[in-house]
Design a protein around this ligand. Sequence first.
Ligand code: SIN
Length: 490
Amino acid sequence: MATKFELSELIRTGHFIDGQWVASANGKRFDVTNPATGEVIATIADGGEADARAATDAAARAFPAWRDALPKERAAVLHRWHALMLENADALGHLISLEQGKPFAEGRGEVLYGASYVAWFADEATRIYGDLIPQQQRGKRMSAVKEPIGIVAAITPWNFPLAMIARKIAPALAAGCTVVGKPAEDTPLTALALVMLAHEAGVPPGVLNLIAASRESAVSAVAAWLHDSRVRKITFTGSTPVGKYLARESADTLKKLSLELGGNAPFIVFDDADLEAAVSGLLVSKFRNGGQTCVCPNRVYVQSSVYERFGDMLARRVAALKVAPATDPNAQIGPMINARAVEKIARHVDDAVSKGARVLAGGKRLTALGPNYYAPTVLADATGAMQLSCEETFGPVVPLFRFDDEAQAIHAANDTPFGLAAYFYSQDVRRIDRVARQLEAGIVGINEGALASEAAPFGGVKESGYGREGSKYGLDDYLSIKYLCQGGLE
Ligand code: SIN
């Protein structure tokens, strides 16, 4: 059996339901395009309500056997899936670049990142412990056992087309849940390829089902899961408005939700920071995936006494970043995902400049490269009156805000409904302790810009959502606790 596939073999054009590749019930299809050129990569099945229901039917049939499989049997399947992901890392990396636009090195890096969650949860599958509760009454034994929650609907974004779905499917399968999923309409091909590898790895029919849907069809497909009481959990990464919609619409069937939603991350540079390290950390965190990452810094606060110096140092490094198609081996930033994304970036920059921001680097579209490119940009003299201070830009733009003292920086950093990630640079140990405690965020980078790890809990507070992915906590969201009280033991 071949285990290493060519890129063309990984491109699937149907839904994957009950172990079969199938067309949409209504025969509809939609185009997936390359954001670098606008060219069509593939035309694929466009799922609606009937396909979503068929996926749930399959997941319901498969659930009892998967739930009752031994944890080490589920772990073995996940380990095989992990091995296949690594074996096909180059082809998957190319596929990510093709439909999402990130440079190949980043695409391949995403494969390894996503695969690390699969290996992690394969191991965690064998460590789902319960408790024997200390005896309270003679003749009675009380215990707590953990059970898979049931069918999970996983709805994933376009910015990490492989890693986001891997880190939802892996814990679900490890826990003994079955899955119905829908990837973002911009990047369904990577998710379909991943599901193909899961099937090759031995995930039984019906345990993992995936339907693709265009922007127009997605609402009716997802509605079929939201209103179906057999679907016990929704796990979603994406925007806060969509997360709120899912919470509202699933309220009637009281599903468990994990919501990893929008961010508006602050990045604070205190005057006692190592400025070189702060610039490097900012480049890593801000320009990962061209700034299209929920944990990317969106607002950079720099203390007045180092403001101009920091701005100059940063602008020099940003101006040197290579913007190019993913196929260029030197590319550091590729195209944005689509025209809507570029329009939002341009709107934020234009609004900031019209309100007094100074352009230190970039500040324009790069139309000579293709339709969706925007230059990495640094803006000085940003203020709270600008759109980019309160909306997530989701692009390669760094606005620099000025502050005078610690209290002012913390107030500004927390002055947002969001609370996913926050970063700060300082060399003062007391300040590090104070600021880390006061920042309202689920994830805090301290003198560090690269936070992602399968071993760490990823998730937000406030309107950035709830639930955690990765780490020992990541499995709990897919389990429910059953209390067993056994009497008559005397
Ligand atoms: C995201 O943008 O939602 C995920 C980023 C990460 O895993 O670091």
